[in-house]
Write a protein that binds this ligand. Sequence first.
Ligand code: MLT
Length: 322
Amino acid sequence: MKVLLASSIDPGTVARLREAHEVVTAFGAPEAELIAAVEGCQALVFRSGVEITAGVLDAATDLTVIVRAGSGYDNIDLEPVRRRGIRFIRVPGPGAKAVAELAFAQMLALARNLFWADREWRAGNWVKPMANGRLLTGKTLGVVGAGNIGSRVGAMGAAWGMRALGCVEHPTETAARRLAERGIELTDLDRILAEADFVSIHTPLQASTRNLIGADALGKMKPGSYLVTLARGGVVDEGALRAALESGHLAGAALDVHEREGNGNVSPLAGLPNVILTPHIGASTSDSQAEIGQIILECIQDAVTRPPDLVPGVEDFVVIGA
Ligand code: MLT
């Protein structure tokens, strides 16, 4: 099979793919480059940071399988995928563990002024007298988008001694029961904003979530609270967040996802001391990427031996017990 890797994936997986297939790479390439690279490919693998447009898919006339090496599929045009019955497999499980851990790390780092204290002491400033942080234990955690990743964050919060609240787009009794089993109370967005000391955002980017956390929502957040987002750039309005931080209404924020990502972009929040900015590394642990890589190998091997079954739609590769 000819396989196009449009994003960087686990190096061991790339080596194993090369043993059995012809592999071409165009990591994060612009549309014109992808159009040239995808010619003759039967398989396409991608992560975030690259746009799989209708133009790319139209040029990929031999494509039978696409693997999204992670969760979000806001960066692919699914219309041609559905129309042509190309198998589209998402691998949401392994990355979810890593994203949830990073969300928790960000909350701990914010609460203890970790990066600020580190920067100051590297510069010889013994800031101990000014460095009192806050506990997570005993505080309220609000998870916006308590799904695959968000419910993990909520469960980690509950285990840490936090009161965990969560909301989902379509609340049902089943969702409430599942979340309750993980120590999370299902509620609505407004109550989370009003009561949470730490708000962690985990929604996909879609019409209903674009700028969900804008001036209005930020204004409803508890004074002195913290915001963490590992969802997608565009869910949080960064201009409004900057205003909420500058006014002191929010104590701090951590963003792993940004309105503008990629080399050369600088966040409008970069000048603020109480902000942590990471370059969309939520799912980037070698453990998770190796696990995803193993699944990529299986999906591509499966596509070799089993022709496309022409079932349109998104398939999730679910790892039992993940
Ligand atoms: C995901 O949706 O799984 C994450 O954005 C990870 C990634 O693709 O980099």
